[in-house]
Design a protein around this ligand. Sequence first.
Ligand code: COA
Length: 271
Amino acid sequence: MVNFIFQEVDPTHKNIRLTVDQDGIATITICRASKLNALNFQTIEDIRWAMQQVYEREDIKSVIITGEGTKAFAAGADIAELVKMDEVNAKRYSQNGQDVYAMLENCTKPVIAAVNGYALGGGCELALACHMRVAVENAKFGLPEVKLGTLPGFGGTQRLTQSIGKAKTLELIMTGDSLSAKEAKELGLVNHVVSSQENLMKKCKEILLKISSSGPLAVEMVIKSVNAVYSSQERGYQKEAQYFGWSAGTHDFHEGMQAFLEKRKPEFKGK
Ligand code: COA
């Protein structure tokens, strides 16, 4: 088994692009369009690096995270990597992703996901970790991990429940169904739906500029106070990572991932 957690991280951060405009709005763009911006370990670490920049740099006032191209925000964790994992690596991979996503959630500068297409699996979880979500009307949201023989591992079981409630979360995660942008908005998962890619960044910037006209300390205290509603729920994240790791020891996990890569229907055995 490949030990992804300790593999060397490329210091050039080639899987993301970080730009900062004259208003201090940083844009983090995931750049793996040929793989629908699937989040491999390197990309997760590149997002960690970008968020460290956001935390440390005074010229950065707020953040937009988006995906390259017009098809995907991010189509999930990279299945070609996951398929190779054992229980220990999968648990640590999950915990590592949870840690990076917590950097978005706990950032004291506003963070908006500009969802430009598929936001599935780890991509949906990434959007959920942001303070707000703006989506183009053809965007799709979903946590389809059960179809691969596993469960969401980057906080999705926790944050989707916080966002849309228990019954709808269970339905979506157990069926693996996707939501259109319109449905996601009706459920309160998405703040705004826009008609085109051009309007996506425009809307995100409009919101961030409005926020930046108020005092940054007040905004920081709002983020911390709202996050505090959920701060005692650490156990749920630990359970999720534990089960994600455990699932990597099952036949169904490897069959589900392998079937996706071979573009065939999986044969699950329940073990
Ligand atoms: N991990 C790794 N590779 C992925 C990927 C993922 N999560 N999602 C897409 N890709 C790759 C495909 O393997 C394909 O690569 P190839 O061209 O080398 O064969 C490429 O991205 C394009 O994807 P493809 O499936 O051909 O596009 P599509 O338009 O037919 O379908 C989706 C789009 C999003 C419906 C489909 O790619 C999909 O279901 N992806 C997986 C979603 C998922 O289960 N995410 C949770 C992962 S834990």
